[in-house]
Design a protein around this ligand. Structure first.
Ligand SMILES: [Zn+2]
Length: 383
């Protein structure tokens, strides 16, 4: 095939120009390959990492051909031996990547890795995991779009919604999620003589202490599970519960464990992909929880991290998970099994929640809040 170039006319040129118009690279269609068309072809080639020569040869043609597909216009699947290629595939890959599914590079080619990522997504939203992207999968992607598509603007809307919800804790709904639970899921387990310490039990104990304190501050508090649930719950089920309650915040409580007993410290996690897509309100909550816990307990600061775990991904409210020390560390464990120390943790998380709703300009240094005083101050402001 001879390259189509400046000066050429005919139906092929007409088709090229109509695709370029669809991509907003050219103002009008027509049957003539003029200078404006050549400029548009060059811009297209540059954006696709092709050789920039302004000519439409086989490679540029196949990229242009793929570019006419908008996501949702056709069913996508892993076709053998020739893979489906197109702009719709690239858009799908970018969305899946933002949500934390591993499609590899967003190259616009529907290969086996993309199909696997689609199947994983389908499993998580309760669809038949066939790895192809048809109307049902598209619908599920759109439904989750609020949280993940478009990145930053969505998080700004979330921040705005949070700001507009007002600075009072009274009447706000918070979900406390004690990690693990159920006969097969005790989390980290450390034997101690005849007894054993489990992450599930300690997390539940901290959750109930926190429940009392938050309720006393006027919040509606829900726990995701009881002390010994009959069945374990997935992150997605916990997220769905919080969503159905219309919660304003979710805090998940875990302890960590490691083969190396020297590993210790506290870390907090919020939703984010590490490539710019992040929950700004979630990040703020993570920061406050992390700093208050570190300052008030003296545990090692293992900092905050962006993660795409189910619980953080499927929740519609700012959500964080905090790993409150290592049960496998003799240093952390000694303290965690002391109820007074767990009270200190509760005080820290409570202060962090208070500060979330405290106006930023009036915020106070970490570790300095007397929670009772703050409650009185807020109560007088809101009455
Ligand atoms: Zn855990």
């Amino acid at each position: 095939m001879r390259s189509i170039r400046r000066g050429d006319t005919g139906p092929a040129v007409e088709e090229i120009r109509s695709i370029l118009v669809g991509l907003d690279l050219l103002d009008t269609g027509g049957a003539e390959f003029d200078t404006a068309t050549e400029t548009a072809v060059r811009a297209f080639q540059q954006s696709r990492g092709l050789g920039v020569d302004g000519l439409v040869g086989p490679e540029t043609w196949s990229a242009l051909d793929g570019a006419r597909w908008k996501l949702g216009a056709r069913t996508l699947f892993h076709s053998v031996p020739t893979s489906l290629v197109g702009e719709d595939v690239r858009t799908l890959q970018e969305r899946l990547l933002e949500m934390g599914f591993d499609t590899g590079r967003a190259d616009g080619i529907y290969g086996p890795r993309t199909a696997r990522a689609v199947a994983q997504f389908q499993r998580e939203v309760g669809l038949t995991p066939d790895g192809s992207c048809g109307p049902h999968t598209m619908k599920a992607l759109r439904r989750l779009g609020r949280k993940v598509v478009g990145g930053r603007p969505n998080w700004l809307r979330e921040a705005e919604a949070f700001r507009q919800s007002g600075s009072s804790l009274v009447g706000k709904t918070i979900v406390i999620d004690p990690g693990h639970g159920g006969p097969d899921d005790l989390g980290v387990v450390v034997p101690d003589g005849q007894l054993r310490w489990t992450e599930a039990d300690l997390a539940f104990d901290i959750a109930t202490r926190l429940e009392g304190r938050l309720a006393a501050a006027g919040m509606r508090v829900h726990l995701t599970r009881g002390p010994s649930p009959a069945q374990s719950m997935t992150g997605q089920e916990r997220a769905a519960l919080a969503n159905s309650l219309g919660a304003d915040l979710l805090i998940s409580l875990h302890l960590d464990g490691h083969d190396n007993p020297a590993a210790d410290g506290v870390a907090t996690y919020h939703y984010g992909t590490g490539s710019g897509v992040t929950s700004t309100v979630g990040e703020r909550l993570a920061n406050l929880v992390q700093r208050e816990v570190v300052v008030r307990t003296g545990m090692r600061d293992c900092r905050i991290h962006a993660k795409t775990w189910e619980l953080l991904r499927f929740t519609r409210m700012p959500a964080v998970r905090v790993d409150l020390g290592y049960l496998t560390s003799p240093v952390d464990r000694e303290r965690l099994i002391d109820p007074l120390f767990r009270e200190q943790i509760v005080e820290a998380v409570l202060a962090a929640v208070q500060r979330m709703y405290y106006p930023v300009e009036a915020d106070v240094p970490t570790g300095s809040i007397d929670v009772r005083q703050l409650r009185l101050a807020l109560a007088s402001r809101n009455s």
